[in-house]
Design a protein around this ligand. Structure first.
Ligand code: ZN
Length: 221
């Protein structure tokens, strides 16, 4: 949700990019394995990779970066794959679904950001293997080290702010449950009622870019 306010399509909404059944096929491991060149063509088109830098962090992202600058111990756990939290200035970001602007090798440990257009498709690693996006594909499990770290933070945080998520995507939607069990204060910012709205200590019914900056008054007090 934080990303849609920066103009990035919501991949899971009815009109989102993933609504087209073919897109789900293109963005799969099987399709990449069968035809990496075609995969990369579709991937670049679907995510507008060459012009992705046009999207900018919004007030919601900025709030979380400002919170970190106050010296508070902030960890961003995100299902977003656009890198905007890092661009806003947060240094501790756990990307549960990976990132569409990073690439990685499936053979060696090479990984990097996509900085410019590729000379040829599919892009190759120095080791000779084909590079893939460092994003979690349909049907793939979350990166287990990242997921475990997210659970550890949920189990030990004092406050969890849950923003811009309808809490329907598993298993990320279980993180507030861990935080609640650990006695953390739960704050929700979302335009609509969610499955966990009743469990929140504070529920602000608006979008991330509007609701998160409002929390600054609470942070100062
Ligand atoms: Zn390699």
């Amino acid at each position: 949700g934080a990303s849609t306010e920066s103009g990035i399509p919501d991949f899971r909404s009815a009109n989102g990019l993933y609504a087209d059944a073919k897109v789900e096929m293109y963005l799969s491991r099987g399709y990449y394995n069968r035809n990496p060149k075609e995969f990369w063509k579709h991937y670049k088109a679907i995510f507008q990779i060459d012009t992705f830098h046009q999207y900018k962090p919004n007030e919601g992202h900025t709030f979380l970066a400002q919170l970190e600058q106050t010296g508070k111990d902030i960890v961003v756990l995100t299902q977003n794959i656009d890198g905007l939290h890092q661009r806003a200035g947060n240094t501790n970001v756990l990307e549960l679904h990976g990132s569409i602007i990073r690439i990685k090798c499936t053979v060696c440990d090479f990984q990097d950001e996509i900085k410019s257009s590729f000379d040829s498709l599919p892009p190759n690693c120095k080791c000779g293997s084909i590079l893939r996006p460092d994003v979690v594909w349909f049907g793939e499990p979350l990166p287990q080290d990242v997921w475990q770290e997210a659970i550890d933070h949920a189990n030990s945080c004092d406050v969890m702010i849950i923003s811009g998520t309808s809490l329907v995507v598993s298993p990320a939607n279980t993180l507030p449950v861990y935080a609640g069990q650990n006695g953390a204060t739960l704050i929700e910012v979302n335009p609509d009622e969610t499955l966990m709205s009743r469990d929140m200590d504070l529920s602000i019914k608006t979008t991330s870019s509007v609701g998160l900056p409002k929390l600054l008054t609470y942070c100062r007090s």
